[in-house]
Ligand binder design. Sequence first.
Ligand SMILES: [Zn+2]
Length: 382
Amino acid sequence: MMRSTSRTHGSKKEQRSRGLLSREKKENNNDHKPCTKHKTLIAEDVENMFQEPYTLTGYRLSNQPWSYYIASLWWVHNETVNVWTHLIGCVLLVVHAVYLGMRLDRFRDSRAGLMVVFALTCFFCNLFSSLAHLLHTKSAKHHYVLFFVDYAGIFIYLFGSCFYTLYMCSSPEQYLAVKLFFLPTAMIACYMSFVAFLLARLKFQKVEHQWKRKVLMVCVILMLMTIILPITGRYVGCFQDEGCSVKSQSLITVVFVFLVLQGVSFTAMLPERVRPGTFDIWGHSHQWFHVLVTGTQQLQLHALHVDYVERGRAAHVDTPLSSLLVTLGLLMAMQAVTIRLVTPAIERKVAEGPTTVGSESGEVLGKSDGAELIDQHGESEL
Ligand SMILES: [Zn+2]
């Protein structure tokens, strides 16, 4: 159950001091301890920033050697399924792309190139996400940096989805009208959305900034909706054509149903919201979100092949493969530079230490005994 964080905790000074003491206690719990194999912690024993909404157990230790986190790939904790769902997604993408590439002339057919570049954007998304979930509990600084890399992967994939809709779904008229500026516009929109997410995470976490975060998110959603507008071309064209059945659009419709389901699973936080602690290891909404992302990507690739190659729906488009690669490379380079530039801000934020439980707004983490924990960053990871 969600509710506001209006509990009283004494004066701000007392709260701050309790927060610092609690942080020291947690650090002492985790630092320099001989790492008991496969030991996991309850939420109260880890830094607030590592706590996930409605997840009460299964946390790994922080401040351990890298080998500890890499080895954790093979044992069960509350990130195991998140890591593996996207690692399996990476393997499926490679297999699917190779299979489709073999059915086309890989060197002469530019459509094969388009599929490979789209699969590559999906691959980066899954790989960065797996790495973030696997390694982020190393330290507060790594937590921020790795999830910013995760955000980068998400927006690389969204950029892939943008050119996907242009080449797959635009009508000939739409394509002619937008083809010159669509790619750079999509790239800039994805980059700006990425920066907005970074800023929201770094700067707008306090209760007085909640409205700014919401405005930012609305801007991002509006921007991305504008970018995927080419999809309307397929449906409008079909409705205007008496010989066209809406059933013929079924593949692309299913893709969009999956995209909506992704949004629902990410925001609803079900089923863990109803029974906090029950789905810490298996069945958490974020795991379903990962599965849906992987499923959507597979469907997109399949639809790309069927509609674009076999049915020739996009015969009017020419695929500027070199422009695509250059634009994708530029987006990734700008993201890498941005993460490097915000690293000092991350270090400052980490040095400030955690804010006191209850002093800032955030998600309420349900507990089976009716008590609460507060998720200070107030959002779930991607
Ligand atoms: Zn994730």
